[in-house]
Design a protein around this ligand. Structure first.
Ligand SMILES: *[C@@H]1O[C@H](CO)[C@@H](O)[C@H](O)[C@H]1NC(C)=O
Length: 154
């Protein structure tokens, strides 16, 4: 069964070779142009693992963070990443869709490397709306990360 197992690989190579993507600047790891690729994804809806930032917790700030695993993109160096925050369809989230507008950090990208990056959210509204505590559980019910990463795969 050599042909079927090779087929997806050939498709990927063909796609990369015919790509119109042009990367002007990147933090090092510049590869040959045919190796430039854009890879997109989301974290799991209503199942993204948010954790409370310890420094934030220690100072009474409402900060949660998640690590996004992009290793399957196959980048050989650090890619360019952009993110947005998606408010999911859980009952709570639907009732309070505006809360996403009271959160900052939707496009923060930290600890970026070829395999992963972190997003930090600051829920300053948590100081005002006590009925909606800005905790990892609450973050999981509400938000997932949509992302696009462009970099070199060879
Ligand atoms: C990231 O995902 C890959 C592929 O699914 C997996 O092998 C790897 O263990 C994950 N890395 C972390 C730090 O979870």
């Amino acid at each position: 069964m050599i042909l079927p197992s090779c087929f997806p690989v050939l498709l990927v190579l063909f796609h990369a070779a015919s790509s119109n993507l042009r990367i002007l600047t990147i933090h090092g790891n510049q590869g040959p142009e045919p190796c430039a690729m854009t890879c997109v994804g989301t974290t799991a809806e209503a199942d993204t693992r948010w954790t409370q930032d310890p420094l934030g917790a220690a100072t009474n700030h409402y900060i949660i963070t998640t690590t996004v695993n992009i290793s399957q993109c196959g980048f050989v160096g650090t890619p360019i990443v952009t993110t947005s925050l998606h408010t999911g369809n859980s009952a709570d989230a639907k009732k309070h869709q505006y809360i996403g507008a009271l959160v900052s950090g939707q496009s923060t990208v930290a600890d970026l490397n070829k395999d992963s990056f972190k997003v930090y959210l600051y829920g300053f509204h948590g100081n005002t709306f006590k009925s909606l505590p800005f905790t990892p559980t609450y973050g999981k019910a509400f938000w997932d990360v949509h992302w696009s990463a462009s970099g070199f795969i060879c």
